[in-house]
Write a protein that binds this ligand. Structure first.
Ligand SMILES: NC(=O)c1ccc[n+]([C@@H]2O[C@H](COP(=O)([O-])OP(=O)(O)OC[C@H]3O[C@@H](n4cnc5c(N)ncnc54)[C@H](OP(=O)(O)O)[C@@H]3O)[C@@H](O)[C@H]2O)c1
Length: 168
Protein backbone atom coordinates (compact mmCIF):
# COMPACT_ATOMS: atom_id res chain seq x y z
CA UNK A 1 0.00 0.00 0.00
CA UNK A 2 1.51 3.30 -1.10
CA UNK A 3 0.45 6.60 0.44
CA UNK A 4 1.41 9.48 -1.84
CA UNK A 5 1.12 13.19 -1.17
CA UNK A 6 0.57 15.38 -4.21
CA UNK A 7 0.95 19.13 -4.26
CA UNK A 8 2.03 22.09 -6.36
CA UNK A 9 4.04 24.82 -4.71
CA UNK A 10 5.04 28.30 -5.72
CA UNK A 11 8.23 30.02 -4.58
CA UNK A 12 8.79 29.73 -0.86
CA UNK A 13 6.57 26.65 -0.67
CA UNK A 14 3.26 28.52 -0.99
CA UNK A 15 0.34 26.24 -1.88
CA UNK A 16 -2.62 28.52 -1.29
CA UNK A 17 -4.03 31.95 -0.54
CA UNK A 18 -7.55 32.73 0.75
CA UNK A 19 -8.48 29.06 0.35
CA UNK A 20 -7.71 28.99 -3.35
CA UNK A 21 -4.74 28.00 -5.48
CA UNK A 22 -3.28 31.31 -6.67
CA UNK A 23 -2.07 30.31 -10.16
CA UNK A 24 -3.36 28.57 -13.25
CA UNK A 25 -1.08 26.02 -14.85
CA UNK A 26 -3.14 23.65 -17.02
CA UNK A 27 -0.18 21.28 -17.46
CA UNK A 28 -0.17 20.75 -13.70
CA UNK A 29 -3.93 20.24 -13.58
CA UNK A 30 -3.49 17.56 -16.25
CA UNK A 31 -0.65 15.98 -14.27
CA UNK A 32 -2.81 15.97 -11.14
CA UNK A 33 -5.61 14.25 -13.05
CA UNK A 34 -3.26 11.63 -14.48
CA UNK A 35 -1.63 10.83 -11.14
CA UNK A 36 -4.89 10.60 -9.15
CA UNK A 37 -7.57 9.19 -11.48
CA UNK A 38 -8.60 5.68 -10.49
CA UNK A 39 -7.30 6.03 -6.93
CA UNK A 40 -8.88 7.34 -3.75
CA UNK A 41 -7.98 10.90 -2.83
CA UNK A 42 -7.91 12.17 0.76
CA UNK A 43 -8.38 15.88 1.48
CA UNK A 44 -9.21 18.27 4.28
CA UNK A 45 -12.63 19.85 4.49
CA UNK A 46 -11.18 23.26 3.54
CA UNK A 47 -9.69 21.85 0.36
CA UNK A 48 -13.03 20.22 -0.48
CA UNK A 49 -14.67 23.64 0.03
CA UNK A 50 -12.05 25.22 -2.24
CA UNK A 51 -13.01 23.04 -5.20
CA UNK A 52 -15.51 24.68 -7.55
CA UNK A 53 -18.86 22.91 -7.10
CA UNK A 54 -18.84 21.66 -10.67
CA UNK A 55 -15.57 19.80 -10.03
CA UNK A 56 -16.59 17.96 -6.88
CA UNK A 57 -16.56 15.17 -6.14
CA UNK A 58 -13.51 14.71 -8.35
CA UNK A 59 -14.68 12.12 -10.89
CA UNK A 60 -13.40 8.53 -11.07
CA UNK A 61 -11.82 8.84 -7.65
CA UNK A 62 -13.21 8.07 -4.20
CA UNK A 63 -13.19 11.47 -2.45
CA UNK A 64 -12.43 11.05 1.26
CA UNK A 65 -12.87 14.28 3.22
CA UNK A 66 -11.48 14.84 6.71
CA UNK A 67 -13.44 16.96 9.17
CA UNK A 68 -13.82 17.11 12.93
CA UNK A 69 -17.45 18.12 12.42
CA UNK A 70 -19.58 15.03 13.11
CA UNK A 71 -22.57 16.56 11.34
CA UNK A 72 -20.76 17.46 8.10
CA UNK A 73 -21.85 15.70 4.92
CA UNK A 74 -21.57 16.46 1.22
CA UNK A 75 -22.84 14.61 -1.79
CA UNK A 76 -20.10 12.46 -3.24
CA UNK A 77 -17.81 12.77 -0.22
CA UNK A 78 -16.83 9.88 2.02
CA UNK A 79 -16.45 11.51 5.43
CA UNK A 80 -13.68 10.58 7.87
CA UNK A 81 -12.93 12.05 11.29
CA UNK A 82 -9.30 11.13 11.66
CA UNK A 83 -6.43 10.41 9.31
CA UNK A 84 -6.15 6.72 10.17
CA UNK A 85 -9.83 6.23 9.40
CA UNK A 86 -9.47 8.16 6.12
CA UNK A 87 -6.54 6.02 5.03
CA UNK A 88 -8.33 2.81 6.05
CA UNK A 89 -11.38 3.69 3.98
CA UNK A 90 -9.18 4.57 1.03
CA UNK A 91 -7.16 1.34 1.34
CA UNK A 92 -10.37 -0.70 1.44
CA UNK A 93 -11.27 0.79 -1.94
CA UNK A 94 -7.77 0.53 -3.45
CA UNK A 95 -5.10 -1.49 -1.66
CA UNK A 96 -2.42 -0.21 -4.07
CA UNK A 97 -2.39 3.58 -3.86
CA UNK A 98 -3.99 6.41 -1.89
CA UNK A 99 -3.25 10.00 -2.84
CA UNK A 100 -3.43 12.71 -0.19
CA UNK A 101 -4.27 15.96 -1.98
CA UNK A 102 -4.09 18.58 0.72
CA UNK A 103 -4.24 21.07 2.09
CA UNK A 104 -1.51 22.22 4.42
CA UNK A 105 -2.98 20.69 7.59
CA UNK A 106 -3.51 17.32 5.98
CA UNK A 107 -0.05 17.23 4.32
CA UNK A 108 1.56 17.88 7.69
CA UNK A 109 -0.49 15.14 9.33
CA UNK A 110 0.11 12.61 6.54
CA UNK A 111 3.81 13.23 5.83
CA UNK A 112 5.01 10.74 8.50
CA UNK A 113 3.03 7.91 6.87
CA UNK A 114 3.78 8.85 3.26
CA UNK A 115 5.98 6.77 0.94
CA UNK A 116 5.93 9.06 -2.07
CA UNK A 117 5.77 12.83 -2.67
CA UNK A 118 4.53 14.03 -6.05
CA UNK A 119 5.59 17.65 -6.23
CA UNK A 120 5.19 20.35 -8.84
CA UNK A 121 7.31 23.44 -8.40
CA UNK A 122 5.94 26.56 -10.05
CA UNK A 123 8.19 29.55 -10.45
CA UNK A 124 5.71 32.12 -9.23
CA UNK A 125 5.79 34.56 -6.32
CA UNK A 126 2.60 34.67 -4.26
CA UNK A 127 2.46 37.68 -1.95
CA UNK A 128 0.08 36.99 0.92
CA UNK A 129 0.27 33.22 0.55
CA UNK A 130 -1.20 31.67 3.69
CA UNK A 131 -0.89 27.89 3.18
CA UNK A 132 2.44 26.13 2.79
CA UNK A 133 3.79 22.75 1.71
CA UNK A 134 5.71 20.72 4.25
CA UNK A 135 9.49 21.00 3.98
CA UNK A 136 11.14 18.04 2.24
CA UNK A 137 14.01 16.72 4.35
CA UNK A 138 16.58 15.61 1.78
CA UNK A 139 18.12 13.15 4.24
CA UNK A 140 14.78 11.29 4.25
CA UNK A 141 13.50 11.79 0.71
CA UNK A 142 15.30 10.96 -2.53
CA UNK A 143 14.32 12.71 -5.79
CA UNK A 144 13.36 10.23 -8.52
CA UNK A 145 14.11 12.42 -11.54
CA UNK A 146 15.93 15.59 -12.58
CA UNK A 147 12.83 17.73 -12.64
CA UNK A 148 13.61 19.60 -15.82
CA UNK A 149 12.04 23.08 -15.97
CA UNK A 150 9.32 23.60 -18.58
CA UNK A 151 7.25 26.63 -19.53
CA UNK A 152 3.48 26.61 -19.15
CA UNK A 153 1.24 27.81 -21.96
CA UNK A 154 0.05 30.30 -19.29
CA UNK A 155 3.54 31.66 -18.72
CA UNK A 156 5.14 30.38 -15.52
CA UNK A 157 7.99 27.88 -15.50
CA UNK A 158 7.19 24.63 -13.73
CA UNK A 159 8.74 21.25 -13.07
CA UNK A 160 7.65 17.88 -11.76
CA UNK A 161 9.60 15.81 -9.26
CA UNK A 162 8.69 12.67 -7.28
CA UNK A 163 10.46 11.89 -4.03
CA UNK A 164 10.63 8.41 -2.46
CA UNK A 165 11.19 7.87 1.21
CA UNK A 166 14.69 6.63 1.93
CA UNK A 167 14.29 3.30 3.73
CA UNK A 168 15.29 3.14 7.37
N1 LIG B 1 -1.24 23.84 -4.27
C1 LIG B 1 -1.78 22.67 -3.96
O1 LIG B 1 -1.33 21.62 -4.46
C2 LIG B 1 -2.91 22.59 -3.00
C3 LIG B 1 -3.59 21.37 -2.80
C4 LIG B 1 -4.65 21.34 -1.87
C5 LIG B 1 -5.02 22.49 -1.20
N2 LIG B 1 -4.35 23.63 -1.44
C6 LIG B 1 -4.67 24.87 -0.72
O2 LIG B 1 -4.47 24.64 0.67
C7 LIG B 1 -5.34 25.52 1.39
C8 LIG B 1 -6.17 24.71 2.36
O3 LIG B 1 -5.31 24.11 3.33
P1 LIG B 1 -5.67 24.19 4.90
O4 LIG B 1 -4.50 23.68 5.65
O5 LIG B 1 -6.20 25.55 5.20
O6 LIG B 1 -6.93 23.20 5.02
P2 LIG B 1 -7.09 21.62 4.72
O7 LIG B 1 -5.90 20.87 5.18
O8 LIG B 1 -7.57 21.44 3.33
O9 LIG B 1 -8.37 21.29 5.63
C9 LIG B 1 -8.31 21.56 7.00
C10 LIG B 1 -9.56 20.96 7.65
O10 LIG B 1 -9.46 19.54 7.64
C11 LIG B 1 -10.03 19.04 8.81
N3 LIG B 1 -8.99 18.34 9.57
C12 LIG B 1 -7.68 18.65 9.67
N4 LIG B 1 -7.03 17.75 10.42
C13 LIG B 1 -7.96 16.84 10.82
C14 LIG B 1 -7.92 15.68 11.61
N5 LIG B 1 -6.76 15.24 12.17
N6 LIG B 1 -9.05 14.98 11.84
C15 LIG B 1 -10.22 15.40 11.27
N7 LIG B 1 -10.32 16.50 10.49
C16 LIG B 1 -9.22 17.21 10.28
C17 LIG B 1 -10.62 20.22 9.58
O11 LIG B 1 -11.93 20.37 9.08
P3 LIG B 1 -13.13 21.00 9.98
O12 LIG B 1 -12.76 22.43 10.18
O13 LIG B 1 -14.34 20.79 9.14
O14 LIG B 1 -13.15 20.20 11.27
C18 LIG B 1 -9.74 21.36 9.10
O15 LIG B 1 -10.32 22.63 9.21
C19 LIG B 1 -6.18 26.24 0.34
O16 LIG B 1 -5.59 27.48 0.02
C20 LIG B 1 -6.11 25.30 -0.85
O17 LIG B 1 -6.34 25.98 -2.07
C21 LIG B 1 -3.30 23.71 -2.32
Amino acid sequence: MTVALIWAQGNGGVIGRDNTIPWRVPEDARHFRERTTGHPVVMGRRTWDSLPERFRPLPNRMNVVLTADRSWTAEGAVVAHDLADALRRAADADPELTVVMGGAQIYTAALPVADLLIVTEIDVDVPGGDAFAPAIDVTRWRPQNDGEWMTSEKGPRYRFCDYRRIDG
